[in-house]
Design a protein around this ligand. Structure first.
Ligand SMILES: [Zn+2]
Length: 398
Protein backbone atom coordinates (compact mmCIF):
# COMPACT_ATOMS: atom_id res chain seq x y z
CA UNK A 1 0.00 0.00 0.00
CA UNK A 2 0.99 3.59 -0.53
CA UNK A 3 -0.34 5.30 2.57
CA UNK A 4 0.16 4.82 6.31
CA UNK A 5 -0.59 6.63 9.52
CA UNK A 6 2.13 8.04 11.76
CA UNK A 7 2.05 8.05 15.57
CA UNK A 8 0.48 11.49 15.57
CA UNK A 9 -2.27 10.28 13.27
CA UNK A 10 -1.24 12.07 10.11
CA UNK A 11 -1.22 10.16 6.86
CA UNK A 12 2.01 9.72 5.01
CA UNK A 13 1.09 9.51 1.34
CA UNK A 14 3.73 8.10 -0.99
CA UNK A 15 1.75 9.38 -3.93
CA UNK A 16 2.85 12.85 -3.06
CA UNK A 17 6.41 13.67 -3.83
CA UNK A 18 8.91 12.44 -1.34
CA UNK A 19 12.41 11.67 -2.41
CA UNK A 20 14.17 8.62 -1.10
CA UNK A 21 16.55 10.48 1.24
CA UNK A 22 13.64 12.30 2.82
CA UNK A 23 11.74 9.06 3.29
CA UNK A 24 14.74 7.29 4.78
CA UNK A 25 15.06 10.15 7.22
CA UNK A 26 11.37 9.99 8.19
CA UNK A 27 11.62 6.23 8.52
CA UNK A 28 14.44 6.48 11.06
CA UNK A 29 12.30 8.67 13.33
CA UNK A 30 8.75 7.41 12.84
CA UNK A 31 6.59 4.34 13.24
CA UNK A 32 3.80 3.63 10.79
CA UNK A 33 0.39 2.05 11.14
CA UNK A 34 -2.11 0.65 8.65
CA UNK A 35 -5.10 3.02 8.46
CA UNK A 36 -7.45 0.07 7.95
CA UNK A 37 -6.44 -2.45 10.63
CA UNK A 38 -4.24 -0.30 12.87
CA UNK A 39 -1.32 -2.71 12.86
CA UNK A 40 2.30 -1.71 12.50
CA UNK A 41 3.58 -1.55 8.94
CA UNK A 42 7.08 -0.99 7.61
CA UNK A 43 8.16 1.45 4.96
CA UNK A 44 10.03 -0.32 2.17
CA UNK A 45 12.34 1.75 0.04
CA UNK A 46 14.12 0.31 -2.93
CA UNK A 47 15.74 1.17 -6.17
CA UNK A 48 13.92 -1.48 -8.20
CA UNK A 49 10.64 -1.70 -6.37
CA UNK A 50 8.40 1.24 -5.79
CA UNK A 51 8.29 2.74 -2.31
CA UNK A 52 5.48 1.20 -0.29
CA UNK A 53 4.29 0.13 3.12
CA UNK A 54 4.07 -3.52 4.05
CA UNK A 55 2.33 -5.38 6.87
CA UNK A 56 4.32 -7.78 8.95
CA UNK A 57 3.63 -11.44 8.30
CA UNK A 58 0.59 -13.04 9.87
CA UNK A 59 -1.70 -10.03 9.97
CA UNK A 60 -5.30 -10.34 8.87
CA UNK A 61 -5.03 -7.37 6.60
CA UNK A 62 -2.08 -8.82 4.81
CA UNK A 63 -3.83 -10.86 2.17
CA UNK A 64 -5.99 -8.00 1.27
CA UNK A 65 -3.36 -5.45 0.49
CA UNK A 66 -0.08 -7.27 0.34
CA UNK A 67 -1.02 -9.32 -2.65
CA UNK A 68 -0.69 -6.04 -4.36
CA UNK A 69 1.85 -6.45 -7.07
CA UNK A 70 4.28 -3.78 -8.22
CA UNK A 71 2.19 -3.58 -11.38
CA UNK A 72 -0.86 -2.70 -9.29
CA UNK A 73 0.91 -0.20 -7.03
CA UNK A 74 2.53 1.53 -9.98
CA UNK A 75 -0.80 1.84 -11.75
CA UNK A 76 -2.58 3.09 -8.66
CA UNK A 77 0.12 5.70 -8.08
CA UNK A 78 0.02 6.87 -11.69
CA UNK A 79 -3.77 7.12 -11.67
CA UNK A 80 -3.69 9.10 -8.44
CA UNK A 81 -1.04 11.50 -9.71
CA UNK A 82 -2.95 11.84 -12.95
CA UNK A 83 -6.05 13.03 -11.07
CA UNK A 84 -4.07 15.39 -8.85
CA UNK A 85 -2.32 16.82 -11.92
CA UNK A 86 -5.74 17.74 -13.29
CA UNK A 87 -6.63 19.56 -10.09
CA UNK A 88 -9.20 16.93 -9.11
CA UNK A 89 -9.59 16.44 -5.34
CA UNK A 90 -8.42 12.87 -4.79
CA UNK A 91 -7.51 10.66 -1.84
CA UNK A 92 -5.23 7.69 -2.17
CA UNK A 93 -6.37 4.51 -0.38
CA UNK A 94 -8.99 6.39 1.51
CA UNK A 95 -10.36 4.21 4.28
CA UNK A 96 -14.07 4.75 4.72
CA UNK A 97 -14.97 3.47 8.21
CA UNK A 98 -18.69 3.36 7.41
CA UNK A 99 -18.36 0.86 4.61
CA UNK A 100 -15.12 -0.60 6.01
CA UNK A 101 -13.63 -0.48 2.57
CA UNK A 102 -10.63 1.17 1.13
CA UNK A 103 -11.02 1.97 -2.54
CA UNK A 104 -7.72 2.61 -4.30
CA UNK A 105 -8.67 6.21 -4.93
CA UNK A 106 -11.63 8.36 -3.97
CA UNK A 107 -12.16 11.51 -5.97
CA UNK A 108 -14.75 14.15 -6.65
CA UNK A 109 -15.57 15.19 -10.14
CA UNK A 110 -18.59 17.20 -11.20
CA UNK A 111 -21.40 16.38 -8.83
CA UNK A 112 -20.13 12.90 -8.17
CA UNK A 113 -17.99 11.11 -5.66
CA UNK A 114 -16.12 8.27 -7.34
CA UNK A 115 -14.60 5.15 -5.83
CA UNK A 116 -11.88 4.10 -8.25
CA UNK A 117 -10.80 0.50 -7.98
CA UNK A 118 -7.81 -0.42 -10.08
CA UNK A 119 -8.00 -4.18 -10.06
CA UNK A 120 -5.13 -6.31 -11.27
CA UNK A 121 -5.69 -9.63 -9.53
CA UNK A 122 -8.91 -11.56 -10.10
CA UNK A 123 -11.47 -11.43 -7.30
CA UNK A 124 -14.63 -13.49 -7.08
CA UNK A 125 -17.81 -12.35 -8.71
CA UNK A 126 -19.45 -12.21 -5.26
CA UNK A 127 -16.86 -9.82 -3.84
CA UNK A 128 -17.01 -7.69 -6.95
CA UNK A 129 -20.79 -7.40 -6.76
CA UNK A 130 -20.82 -6.83 -3.02
CA UNK A 131 -18.24 -4.04 -3.13
CA UNK A 132 -19.99 -2.39 -6.04
CA UNK A 133 -23.33 -2.46 -4.24
CA UNK A 134 -21.87 -1.00 -1.07
CA UNK A 135 -20.44 1.85 -3.13
CA UNK A 136 -23.81 2.56 -4.68
CA UNK A 137 -25.52 2.50 -1.28
CA UNK A 138 -23.06 5.06 0.07
CA UNK A 139 -23.43 7.32 -2.95
CA UNK A 140 -20.12 6.51 -4.52
CA UNK A 141 -20.01 6.10 -8.24
CA UNK A 142 -17.87 2.98 -8.62
CA UNK A 143 -15.25 3.17 -11.35
CA UNK A 144 -13.57 -0.17 -11.81
CA UNK A 145 -10.52 -0.19 -14.06
CA UNK A 146 -8.87 -3.48 -14.89
CA UNK A 147 -5.13 -4.03 -15.33
CA UNK A 148 -4.62 -4.21 -19.10
CA UNK A 149 -2.68 -7.46 -18.86
CA UNK A 150 -6.05 -9.20 -18.40
CA UNK A 151 -7.27 -8.01 -21.79
CA UNK A 152 -5.95 -10.73 -24.05
CA UNK A 153 -5.95 -10.02 -27.75
CA UNK A 154 -5.94 -13.22 -29.79
CA UNK A 155 -5.79 -11.51 -33.13
CA UNK A 156 -6.79 -8.16 -34.53
CA UNK A 157 -10.09 -7.19 -32.92
CA UNK A 158 -10.51 -10.65 -31.39
CA UNK A 159 -10.26 -10.88 -27.62
CA UNK A 160 -10.41 -13.60 -25.05
CA UNK A 161 -12.42 -12.20 -22.14
CA UNK A 162 -13.18 -13.97 -18.88
CA UNK A 163 -16.22 -13.26 -16.74
CA UNK A 164 -13.92 -11.34 -14.42
CA UNK A 165 -13.06 -9.01 -17.30
CA UNK A 166 -16.71 -8.58 -18.27
CA UNK A 167 -17.41 -7.32 -14.72
CA UNK A 168 -15.63 -4.07 -15.62
CA UNK A 169 -18.13 -3.12 -18.28
CA UNK A 170 -19.73 0.23 -17.62
CA UNK A 171 -21.63 2.91 -19.43
CA UNK A 172 -20.08 6.03 -20.83
CA UNK A 173 -21.77 9.31 -20.02
CA UNK A 174 -23.58 9.04 -23.34
CA UNK A 175 -24.85 5.54 -22.68
CA UNK A 176 -22.40 3.48 -24.68
CA UNK A 177 -20.91 0.31 -23.25
CA UNK A 178 -17.20 0.36 -22.57
CA UNK A 179 -14.59 -1.59 -20.68
CA UNK A 180 -11.74 0.53 -19.28
CA UNK A 181 -8.28 -0.85 -18.58
CA UNK A 182 -4.97 0.73 -17.67
CA UNK A 183 -1.39 -0.36 -18.26
CA UNK A 184 1.21 1.23 -15.93
CA UNK A 185 4.08 0.02 -18.11
CA UNK A 186 2.84 1.65 -21.28
CA UNK A 187 1.23 4.44 -19.27
CA UNK A 188 -1.96 4.30 -21.22
CA UNK A 189 -5.63 3.51 -20.89
CA UNK A 190 -6.93 0.86 -23.24
CA UNK A 191 -10.65 1.00 -23.71
CA UNK A 192 -12.69 -1.79 -25.24
CA UNK A 193 -15.96 -1.05 -26.96
CA UNK A 194 -18.45 -2.73 -29.33
CA UNK A 195 -17.86 -6.03 -27.54
CA UNK A 196 -19.72 -8.79 -29.42
CA UNK A 197 -19.12 -12.25 -27.98
CA UNK A 198 -19.39 -15.19 -30.36
CA UNK A 199 -18.65 -17.72 -27.64
CA UNK A 200 -18.55 -17.72 -23.86
CA UNK A 201 -14.93 -16.59 -23.81
CA UNK A 202 -14.27 -14.92 -27.14
CA UNK A 203 -15.53 -11.73 -28.66
CA UNK A 204 -14.83 -9.25 -31.38
CA UNK A 205 -14.28 -5.74 -30.02
CA UNK A 206 -12.60 -2.44 -30.76
CA UNK A 207 -9.78 -1.11 -28.65
CA UNK A 208 -8.62 2.49 -28.33
CA UNK A 209 -5.40 3.68 -26.67
CA UNK A 210 -5.18 6.85 -24.60
CA UNK A 211 -1.79 7.93 -23.23
CA UNK A 212 -2.34 9.04 -19.65
CA UNK A 213 -0.32 12.23 -20.17
CA UNK A 214 -2.59 13.26 -23.01
CA UNK A 215 -5.90 12.17 -21.52
CA UNK A 216 -8.24 14.05 -19.27
CA UNK A 217 -10.78 12.48 -16.94
CA UNK A 218 -13.63 13.41 -19.25
CA UNK A 219 -12.11 11.30 -22.01
CA UNK A 220 -12.10 8.30 -19.70
CA UNK A 221 -15.70 8.79 -18.57
CA UNK A 222 -17.00 9.60 -22.05
CA UNK A 223 -14.48 8.30 -24.57
CA UNK A 224 -14.96 8.51 -28.30
CA UNK A 225 -16.23 5.04 -29.07
CA UNK A 226 -15.47 3.37 -32.39
CA UNK A 227 -18.69 1.82 -33.61
CA UNK A 228 -17.03 -0.35 -36.19
CA UNK A 229 -18.36 -3.88 -36.30
CA UNK A 230 -17.72 -6.40 -39.03
CA UNK A 231 -20.54 -8.91 -39.18
CA UNK A 232 -18.83 -11.13 -41.75
CA UNK A 233 -15.73 -11.48 -39.61
CA UNK A 234 -17.83 -12.15 -36.52
CA UNK A 235 -19.75 -14.89 -38.34
CA UNK A 236 -16.60 -16.60 -39.55
CA UNK A 237 -15.25 -16.68 -36.00
CA UNK A 238 -18.53 -18.00 -34.70
CA UNK A 239 -18.59 -20.79 -37.31
CA UNK A 240 -15.02 -21.74 -36.46
CA UNK A 241 -15.87 -21.81 -32.79
CA UNK A 242 -19.00 -23.88 -33.39
CA UNK A 243 -17.08 -26.47 -35.36
CA UNK A 244 -14.36 -26.71 -32.74
CA UNK A 245 -16.88 -26.85 -29.91
CA UNK A 246 -18.81 -29.67 -31.54
CA UNK A 247 -15.67 -31.80 -31.69
CA UNK A 248 -15.17 -31.77 -27.93
CA UNK A 249 -18.11 -33.42 -26.21
CA UNK A 250 -19.27 -31.82 -22.97
CA UNK A 251 -22.58 -31.90 -21.07
CA UNK A 252 -23.76 -28.56 -22.47
CA UNK A 253 -23.07 -29.72 -26.01
CA UNK A 254 -24.68 -33.12 -25.51
CA UNK A 255 -27.86 -31.65 -24.11
CA UNK A 256 -28.03 -29.12 -26.91
CA UNK A 257 -27.38 -31.70 -29.63
CA UNK A 258 -29.98 -34.06 -28.21
CA UNK A 259 -32.63 -31.38 -28.17
CA UNK A 260 -31.99 -30.12 -31.68
CA UNK A 261 -31.83 -33.71 -32.96
CA UNK A 262 -35.36 -34.52 -31.72
CA UNK A 263 -36.49 -31.36 -33.45
CA UNK A 264 -34.96 -32.39 -36.77
CA UNK A 265 -32.26 -29.77 -36.65
CA UNK A 266 -28.58 -30.28 -37.28
CA UNK A 267 -25.81 -28.19 -35.76
CA UNK A 268 -24.07 -27.95 -39.13
CA UNK A 269 -27.22 -26.94 -40.95
CA UNK A 270 -28.43 -24.05 -38.85
CA UNK A 271 -29.87 -21.21 -40.95
CA UNK A 272 -27.99 -17.88 -41.06
CA UNK A 273 -30.78 -16.20 -39.07
CA UNK A 274 -29.67 -18.19 -36.02
CA UNK A 275 -26.47 -16.91 -34.43
CA UNK A 276 -26.41 -13.16 -34.91
CA UNK A 277 -25.09 -10.61 -32.43
CA UNK A 278 -26.49 -7.39 -31.08
CA UNK A 279 -25.30 -4.65 -28.78
CA UNK A 280 -26.59 -6.36 -25.67
CA UNK A 281 -25.90 -9.98 -26.57
CA UNK A 282 -22.99 -9.81 -24.13
CA UNK A 283 -25.51 -9.92 -21.27
CA UNK A 284 -26.01 -13.57 -22.11
CA UNK A 285 -23.04 -15.77 -21.44
CA UNK A 286 -24.34 -18.68 -23.51
CA UNK A 287 -23.21 -18.29 -27.14
CA UNK A 288 -25.73 -16.56 -29.40
CA UNK A 289 -26.21 -19.53 -31.73
CA UNK A 290 -27.31 -21.65 -28.78
CA UNK A 291 -29.79 -19.31 -27.13
CA UNK A 292 -31.14 -18.26 -30.52
CA UNK A 293 -31.67 -21.91 -31.44
CA UNK A 294 -33.67 -22.28 -28.22
CA UNK A 295 -35.61 -19.18 -29.16
CA UNK A 296 -36.36 -20.74 -32.52
CA UNK A 297 -37.51 -24.00 -30.94
CA UNK A 298 -39.56 -22.37 -28.18
CA UNK A 299 -41.13 -19.52 -30.10
CA UNK A 300 -40.83 -19.69 -33.87
CA UNK A 301 -40.77 -23.30 -34.93
CA UNK A 302 -44.44 -24.09 -34.57
CA UNK A 303 -45.87 -20.75 -35.58
CA UNK A 304 -47.42 -20.08 -38.94
CA UNK A 305 -47.23 -16.70 -40.72
CA UNK A 306 -49.46 -13.99 -39.27
CA UNK A 307 -49.50 -15.67 -35.89
CA UNK A 308 -48.66 -13.33 -33.02
CA UNK A 309 -45.61 -13.48 -30.77
CA UNK A 310 -46.20 -12.07 -27.33
CA UNK A 311 -43.08 -10.82 -25.56
CA UNK A 312 -44.41 -12.21 -22.29
CA UNK A 313 -44.49 -15.66 -23.82
CA UNK A 314 -40.96 -15.19 -25.15
CA UNK A 315 -39.74 -14.08 -21.74
CA UNK A 316 -41.39 -17.03 -20.04
CA UNK A 317 -39.56 -19.47 -22.30
CA UNK A 318 -36.33 -17.56 -21.81
CA UNK A 319 -36.62 -17.68 -18.01
CA UNK A 320 -37.41 -21.38 -18.10
CA UNK A 321 -34.22 -22.04 -20.01
CA UNK A 322 -32.31 -19.98 -17.45
CA UNK A 323 -33.81 -22.00 -14.61
CA UNK A 324 -32.70 -25.20 -16.33
CA UNK A 325 -29.20 -23.74 -16.82
CA UNK A 326 -29.54 -24.12 -20.54
CA UNK A 327 -29.08 -20.41 -20.90
CA UNK A 328 -26.65 -18.66 -18.57
CA UNK A 329 -26.83 -14.95 -18.11
CA UNK A 330 -23.83 -12.80 -17.41
CA UNK A 331 -23.73 -10.66 -14.29
CA UNK A 332 -22.40 -7.18 -14.90
CA UNK A 333 -22.36 -5.36 -11.52
CA UNK A 334 -21.98 -1.81 -12.82
CA UNK A 335 -24.89 -2.20 -15.22
CA UNK A 336 -27.52 -3.61 -12.97
CA UNK A 337 -30.36 -1.91 -14.79
CA UNK A 338 -29.59 -3.81 -17.95
CA UNK A 339 -31.60 -6.98 -18.30
CA UNK A 340 -30.39 -9.94 -20.28
CA UNK A 341 -33.85 -10.19 -21.85
CA UNK A 342 -33.08 -6.93 -23.68
CA UNK A 343 -30.72 -9.00 -25.80
CA UNK A 344 -33.64 -11.20 -26.83
CA UNK A 345 -35.69 -8.14 -27.73
CA UNK A 346 -32.83 -6.86 -29.82
CA UNK A 347 -32.76 -10.21 -31.57
CA UNK A 348 -36.41 -9.73 -32.45
CA UNK A 349 -35.56 -6.33 -33.93
CA UNK A 350 -32.83 -7.98 -35.95
CA UNK A 351 -35.35 -10.57 -37.18
CA UNK A 352 -37.61 -7.72 -38.18
CA UNK A 353 -34.87 -6.31 -40.40
CA UNK A 354 -34.52 -9.75 -41.93
CA UNK A 355 -38.21 -9.87 -42.78
CA UNK A 356 -39.00 -12.72 -40.36
CA UNK A 357 -41.23 -10.80 -37.95
CA UNK A 358 -43.08 -7.48 -37.80
CA UNK A 359 -43.46 -5.38 -34.71
CA UNK A 360 -47.14 -4.85 -33.98
CA UNK A 361 -46.95 -3.06 -30.63
CA UNK A 362 -44.56 -2.55 -27.74
CA UNK A 363 -45.12 -6.10 -26.59
CA UNK A 364 -46.37 -7.97 -29.63
CA UNK A 365 -44.63 -9.13 -32.79
CA UNK A 366 -46.12 -11.07 -35.66
CA UNK A 367 -44.52 -13.83 -37.71
CA UNK A 368 -44.12 -12.71 -41.29
CA UNK A 369 -42.30 -15.62 -42.81
CA UNK A 370 -40.87 -18.78 -41.38
CA UNK A 371 -37.15 -19.32 -41.17
CA UNK A 372 -36.32 -22.01 -43.66
CA UNK A 373 -33.88 -24.67 -42.53
CA UNK A 374 -31.19 -25.71 -45.03
CA UNK A 375 -31.28 -29.37 -46.01
CA UNK A 376 -27.75 -29.79 -47.27
CA UNK A 377 -24.36 -28.20 -46.83
CA UNK A 378 -24.58 -26.79 -50.28
CA UNK A 379 -27.90 -25.17 -49.61
CA UNK A 380 -26.59 -23.81 -46.35
CA UNK A 381 -23.54 -22.25 -48.01
CA UNK A 382 -25.68 -20.66 -50.68
CA UNK A 383 -28.08 -19.25 -48.12
CA UNK A 384 -25.19 -17.85 -46.07
CA UNK A 385 -23.62 -16.15 -49.04
CA UNK A 386 -26.88 -14.60 -50.07
CA UNK A 387 -27.60 -13.61 -46.47
CA UNK A 388 -24.31 -11.72 -46.00
CA UNK A 389 -24.74 -9.89 -49.25
CA UNK A 390 -28.27 -8.87 -48.50
CA UNK A 391 -28.15 -8.19 -44.76
CA UNK A 392 -24.47 -7.97 -43.74
CA UNK A 393 -24.27 -4.19 -43.51
CA UNK A 394 -27.79 -3.95 -42.07
CA UNK A 395 -26.85 -6.19 -39.15
CA UNK A 396 -23.79 -4.11 -38.38
CA UNK A 397 -25.95 -1.18 -37.41
CA UNK A 398 -27.26 -2.19 -34.01
ZN1 LIG B 1 -3.83 -3.35 7.73
Amino acid sequence: MLTAQTKSGTILNLGKEYNKENLADIRSKEVFFCPACGERVSLKLGTQRINHFAHRSGTVCRDFYENETIYHMKGKLQLYQWLVWQGIPAELEFYDPIIKQRPDIVFRYGEEKYALEYQCSPISEEIFIKRTEVYYQQNYNPLWIIGSKHIKAKRNNIFSLSNFVYSFLRKTKDNQLMLPSYCPEEKQFKILSSVRPYSTKNATANITHHLIDKTEIEELLAPQIIHYFNFFKWSLEMEKFMLNWSLHPNPELNRFLREIYVNNLNLYLLPPEIGIPSRRSLFIQTPAFIWQTYFYLDVLQNKIPKELIDLKEVERHFNKRILKNEIIIRRVPQLKNEKSFHAVKEYLFQLEKLGIVIKRSETVFQLRSRISIPKSNREKEERRKEFYQKYGSLLEKI
